[in-house]
Design a protein around this ligand. Structure first.
Ligand code: F6P
Length: 533
């Protein structure tokens, strides 16, 4: 019912120019803050009536009750029978969190303390390699065991005062070869990051790294650590339990950066800065749990997403950080959002009666401006944009460049909204062309405008703020998942490809025949074999 009313409201208002709604009152009303962070969604076609309907959708689908169920350890990941408690990993002083009648916080805090001890020892040189203090850390993991720490280490580059950090994820040998070439095995720490400790890419790369190190290091175990829920498998791999940092199965892979999977980040920026990162996320958790929908940043970001994807039918959204150190954020969010909400089956096993979540993509500004923004401004489809921008960078002596960056960010959302009509286009080139040619040239310079965007602004990309940003997006995914009626916390859709790859490996290697393979796959195997695979 609310869905239908929303669609009718959209149909009735779709043609208006939302710029005409915008005045000082709307700018204040259609923005909200959490701590120092502001979310501005005034440059959308959402009006007060649409917003009320979207909030009604949150109420109708029980978002508040499910939010409480998540924070209190209920098994909301129903297809895997698990709680969803990454929030416990940053619940630094928030009291007990119960799962199956037991408080999980003592274990969480003990593991955090062990991580801090280990990271501190690597940083101060008391944990050493055979050749001296650790100079390079190689994190081997994929998906959530790679994207989170890789994104965050880059994002917090101004705070990076520990050893160099490298990230190897792809089974393509080009990835690990390029990293190992830069490292001295005698001063390298390898962290094998895998929740399950079975992921083929990670285990293959881990064995390659082990063999590389064994060529010149007598005790490779002293230069390996593991981050996993599978203590039996880390032991079988030969990693001493004192160097294994475990976590529970209620931490999903793409939500695991806050605990052991964040070890490389902690080594890079130090335990104190890592705690500030957790505190930022915890602050967003507290905000998400308590704030009214009108003030609730994750809920607002979610309803804007639902409006654009489900109601307006825009199939993608672009994440555009005007913050170069967030250059891996779009890739991180691709896993967070698309692995979570890219599903065609509802929680109860029936077909999802609506589209699954949108395609998420993006690049940092201003680079994207010189690449795909042409389509965003003048393409026939609409791409809702999410801009992120800091008031200050970290390069005080180059603040004028930061101001130019900010001006570009604000100019893009303004341009998307205002556009340029034919009269303005004609006027802009009237001194260069006349007659039909003037008209033809002007038409190429028209921007339809009326294209929506939101802007997330914050004072500076500190560890605390990065924690806020990631938790904001995590909770947005949660809200959207509840409204869509699906389980955001499993990922069965990645399984089939894995199974088929395992079956195809002996075929590619020539140890098994092509029986049962489709003609296209068989022909491709033939081509690759004739060319030396
Ligand atoms: O791609 C599927 C997936 O299970 C992700 O959810 C996860 O982040 C990734 O693989 C890596 O898994 P693991 O940490 O168990 O190696």
């Amino acid at each position: 019912m609310v869905w239908d009313t929303l669609r009718a409201h959209h149909a009735a208002t779709a043609e208006r120019r939302f710029e005409t709604l915008l005045d000082t009152a709307r700018a204040a009303d259609f923005s909200a803050t959490a701590g120092d962070m502001v979310l501005d969604y005034a440059k959308t076609n959402i009006d007060a009536a649409a917003r009320d309907l979207l909030f009604a959708l949150l109420d109708q689908t029980g978002v508040a009750a499910k939010r409480e169920a998540m924070f209190t350890g209920a098994a909301i990941n129903e297809t895997e029978g698990r709680a969803v408690l990454h929030t416990a990993l940053r619940n630094l002083d928030g009291g007990p969190v119960m799962v199956d009648g037991a408080d999980v916080m003592p274990d969480v805090l003990a593991t955090l303390a062990r991580m801090a001890d280990f990271a501190g020892s690597v940083r101060d040189g008391s944990i050493r390699g055979q050749g001296g203090a650790i100079t390079d850390v190689v994190n081997i993991g994929i998906g959530g065991s790679d994207l989170g720490p890789a994104m965050a280490v880059k994002a917090l580059a101004p705070y990076h005062d520990g050893p160099r950090c490298h990230f190897v994820s792809n089974v393509d040998p080009a990835d690990i070869a390029a990293v190992l070439r830069q490292c001295d095995p005698a001063t390298t720490l390898v962290i094998v990051a895998s929740k399950t400790f079975t992921t083929i890419e990670t285990m293959t790369n881990a064995r390659t790294a082990q063999a590389w190190m064994a060529q010149s290091v007598s005790d490779t175990g002293a230069q390996f650590a593991a981050l996993s829920t599978a203590a039996d498998k880390t032991a079988a791999f030969g990693i001493d339990p004192s160097r294994v940092f475990g976590f529970a199965d209620w931490v999903g892979g793409r939500y695991s950066l806050w605990g052991p999977i964040g070890l490389s980040l902690m080594i890079a920026i130090g335990p104190e800065a890592f705690r500030a990162f957790l505190r930022g996320a915890q602050a967003m958790d507290v905000h998400f749990r308590a704030a009214d929908w009108h003030e609730n940043l994750p809920a607002l970001l979610a309803v804007v997403g639902i409006w654009h994807n489900q109601i307006c039918g825009y199939p993608t959204r672009a994440v555009l950080p005007y913050d170069n150190n967030l250059n891996r954020l779009p890739a991180y969010l691709q896993q967070l959002e698309m692995e979570s909400n890219g599903k065609g089956v509802a929680m109860d096993g029936t077909d999802l009666p609506r589209a699954s979540g949108p395609v998420v993509w993006g690049e940092p500004g201003t680079n994207g401006q010189h690449a795909f923004y042409q389509l965003i401004h003048q393409g026939t489809g609409v791409v809702p944009c999410e801009f992120l921008v800091a008031a200050r960078g970290h390069e005080d002596d180059l603040h004028h460049q930061h101001q130019l960056l900010v001006a570009n960010c604000l100019a893009q959302s303004e341009a998307l909204m205002r556009g340029r009509n034919l009269d303005e286009a004609l006027a802009s080139i009237a001194d260069k062309f006349t007659g039909d040619e003037l008209d033809r040239q002007a038409r190429h310079r028209v921007f339809t405008g009326n294209r929506p965007s939101v802007t997330i602004a914050y004072p500076q990309l500190t560890p605390f703020v990065l924690g806020q940003i990631i938790a904001l997006y995590e909770h947005r995914v949660f809200v959207e998942g509840v409204v869509l009626g699906l389980n955001s916390y499993d990922q069965w859709g990645v399984e089939l490809g894995k199974e088929l790859a395992t079956a195809l490996q002996p075929v590619v290697e020539g140890r098994a025949g092509l029986d049962g393979k489709d003609a296209s796959t068989a022909a491709l195997v033939g081509f690759l074999q004739r060319n030396g695979v």
